[in-house]
Design a protein around this ligand. Structure first.
Ligand SMILES: NC(=O)c1ccc[n+]([C@@H]2O[C@H](COP(=O)([O-])OP(=O)(O)OC[C@H]3O[C@@H](n4cnc5c(N)ncnc54)[C@H](OP(=O)(O)O)[C@@H]3O)[C@@H](O)[C@H]2O)c1
Length: 303
């Protein structure tokens, strides 16, 4: 069955915008709910995309939106939360409560096809609240009765507008030296265009129902190597100092209190206790040929 109309929750964000563009290219009708219309204004140039201001945590909003679509993509996620057990309130809200609410609403409206965004390293017993809450939300979705769910677990995602390589490029433009926690943690960065393609190709592909896919790039890098590349490509290469774990946690604690939201948190440091690379426990999507970071990142970091 072709799914022609999609509710794209989290469609205003970095990955969501790329998925919205791909869905529009294939002629599908897309509804992007956002908390603030201005955040999604850039999507209005896409001919089949409609932006609506709505609170997707309100059942009545979902009840109004779901009858208009035949599939849902849920991308909502946050990187930081106040502490809590087994995870903090913001993680509970975005990663667990929303999938629960959404699963029930989809069943009520017989919108069976759901694509869910998890994260590489999601693990009920993982070292960070982010990883544990992502695992719980994914489990809820996969187990939801009556739904046809596919879940995706990307490593860190790069591309124009990312908040990873761009952040390290900006910091190196400002600071004389980069003091890093988790410098030796390994990542397998994946291009945002490849992530978007995986979502759109899975949508009408019955074999992807019930699958969890890992989304990783062609190469493994340490965080130190990624920071160095961000410096080289942006033209502001700085020496990288590796911080021992207790100092990295202290630095993260200080960064949690920055005005405008944390740059980094102790929970991010906890996530880096485990490498963020393909585990082999889950398949890659069919015909997966990922884009090398070197082919894309120099172009947008130089700007
Ligand atoms: N970027 C990465 O490297 C990466 C790696 C692995 C997994 N992921 C996962 O991929 C997903 C998308 O990531 P991204 O980088 O595109 O994030 P992003 O740019 O921050 O976008 C997040 C989106 O979620 C929505 N959102 C956030 N909190 C919400 C809330 N409380 N209520 C309603 N909507 C909320 C935002 O919508 P509005 O603000 O418009 O309402 C926004 O569209 C997340 O689940 C993330 O965990 C990302």
């Amino acid at each position: 069955m072709r799914h022609d109309s999609v509710l794209l929750i989290g469609g205003s964000g970095f990955i969501g915008s790329c998925i919205a563009a791909r869905l529009a290219e294939t002629g599908r009708r897309v509804i992007v709910p956002t908390r603030r219309y201005a955040r999604a204004r850039h999507l209005l140039v896409l001919p089949t995309v409609r932006v609506v201001e709505a609170d997707v945590f309100d059942e009545r909003a979902l009840d109004a939106l779901l009858p208009q679509v035949d599939a849902v993509i849920n991308l909502v996620g946050v990187l930081h939360s106040r502490p809590g057990q087994p995870w903090g309130p913001a993680f509970e809200h975005a990663h667990v409560a929303l999938p629960r609410l959404l699963a029930r609403a989809c069943a009520r409206h017989q919108v069976r096809r759901v694509l869910h965004m998890s994260a590489l390293g999601a693990d009920a017993n993982g070292p960070s609240m982010y990883q544990r809450s992502k695992a719980a939300g994914e489990r809820l979705m996969m187990d939801a009765p009556g739904l046809q769910v596919t879940s995706f677990r990307p490593s860190v995602v790069f591309g124009p507008g990312d908040s990873f390589l761009n952040l390290f490029a900006k910091l190196q433009a400002l600071a004389p030296v980069m003091a890093l926690g988790g410098a030796d943690t390994k990542f397998q960065p994946v291009f945002v265009g490849d992530v978007a393609r995986a979502f759109v190709e899975a949508l009408d592909h019955p074999a992807s129902i019930g699958q969890v896919y890992e989304l990783v790039g062609p190469q493994v890098y340490t965080l130190r190597e990624l920071v160095r590349l961000a410096g080289v490509y942006s033209g502001h290469r700085r020496p990288v100092l590796s911080l021992p774990a207790p100092l990295a946690r202290l630095q993260a604690m200080a960064l949690e209190y920055l005005p405008g939201g944390p740059l980094m948190s102790r929970d991010n440091i906890d996530s880096m206790k485990a490498d963020n690379i393909a585990s082999g426990d889950y398949p890659l999507p069919p015909h997966w040929v990922p884009t090398p970071l070197e082919a894309v990142a120099p172009g947008y970091l130089r700007r």
